[in-house]
Design a binder for this molecule. Structure first.
Ligand code: TXA
Ligand code: MG
Length: 301
């Protein structure tokens, strides 16, 4: 039964205040009832995430974002252009949103995913699902159901929605200040946001996903524009090395976390990753790569 009706199985768990893993177009999320503080605490406990980190509320295609926060004209224009899709908006919270979701802030992050399975689940649930990426705190985000299963016990129910089409987390735009600001880069590009709302401001909000060290493999990671030459240098020094050469941008984003996970499991001494071109989707890819490499001695050659 459990596998013949994944949405039904997940729904039953969610209604009991339990947590399930759901696919989205960006990465897999650990989802729980956004109005149930206990469910949110379960998400935190599973992730090993420190309290006070806010989580994004995911909304179904028919949901009214005004039930979650105040939607300014700027926020509405971004919603009209980019939802459903990989854009999270930070907006002033509605009073009914639990502190566990917002980390006690006066704002809340909301997004309407485009993944059909996430949409089916949200429509059936009929309310918002709070969901951070389905990885343990600080580790690599999951873009396949198998990534989630490898990181959590069998007790976590995972809906398999296939590989994530985007592969990096949603773009986050803070609309609570005088001028909208990008808190995290993603596949909705800065230029596309600017085209809708005009020049962006610098954000004063700190999003915990913007911690310098994040998305990290266990193996030491170096970033190099000449990965083969870098690998040869390291091998000459007696180290075992695996290289992640940059494919074309869309594929790079899709494969990024899967490749980091695969290479991390090889048991080599050092991973060498070639950065993407620093334009378009490459901005988000390089942002994740540099955070993944932070804390290891990196080479920027
Ligand atoms: O693509 C995504 O956004 C994925 C999928 C599952 O939807 N989710 C995701 O969630 O990346 P998470 O929790 O790993 O990252 C959410 C980011 C964090 O950096 C958090 O600080 C920020 O969103 N955030 C959420 N609510 C916020 C708020 N009220 N103010 C500032 N930042 C907020
Ligand atoms: Mg995350």
């Amino acid at each position: 039964m459990a596998h013949s009706d994944p949405i039904g199985t997940a729904l039953e768990r969610l209604r009991n205040g339990d947590v399930v893993a759901m696919p989205t177009e960006t990465v897999y999320g650990l989802a729980g009832d956004a109005l149930n503080p206990l469910a949110i605490r379960r998400i935190y406990a599973l992730k090993g995430r420190p309290a006070g980190h806010p989580v994004i509320v995911h909304l179904g295609p028919d949901a009214d974002p005004r039930q979650w926060g105040a939607i300014s004209p700027v926020a509405q224009s971004l919603i009209d252009e980019f939802w459903p899709g990989p854009l999270t908006l930070i907006v002033p919270r509605h009073p009914r949103v639990p502190d566990e979701v917002t980390g006690g802030r006066s704002s809340v992050g909301i997004r309407m995913p485009s993944h059909p399975v996430a949409q089916d689940l949200l429509t059936a649930f009929g309310s918002g699902l709070a969901a951070p990426s389905a990885n343990r705190f600080g580790r690599i985000s999951p873009t396949r159901a198998a990534h989630v299963r490898a990181e959590f016990s069998d007790e976590l129910y995972v809906i398999d929605g296939g590989p994530c089409a985007v592969g990096v987390e949603s773009t986050i735009v803070d609309t609570t200040g005088d001028t909208p600001a990008i808190l995290r880069s993603g596949s909705v590009l800065e230029a596309s946001v600017t085209a809708i709302v005009g020049p962006l401001g610098a954000s004063t909000t700190v999003a915990p996903g913007t911690l310098k060290s994040h998305y990290a493999p266990m193996t030491s990671l170096r970033i190099s524009r000449e990965p083969e030459a870098e690998a040869q240098r390291l091998e000459a020094a007696g180290l075992t090395v695996a290289v992640f050469a940059a494919p074309e941008l869309t594929e790079h984003a899709q494969q990024l976390y899967a490749e980091l996970r695969r290479l991390d499991a090889l048991g080599v001494d050092v991973l060498v990753a070639e950065p993407a071109a620093d334009e378009g989707l490459g901005v988000a890819i390089n942002d994740r790569l540099s955070r993944a490499a932070h804390g290891f001695s990196t080479s920027q050659s």
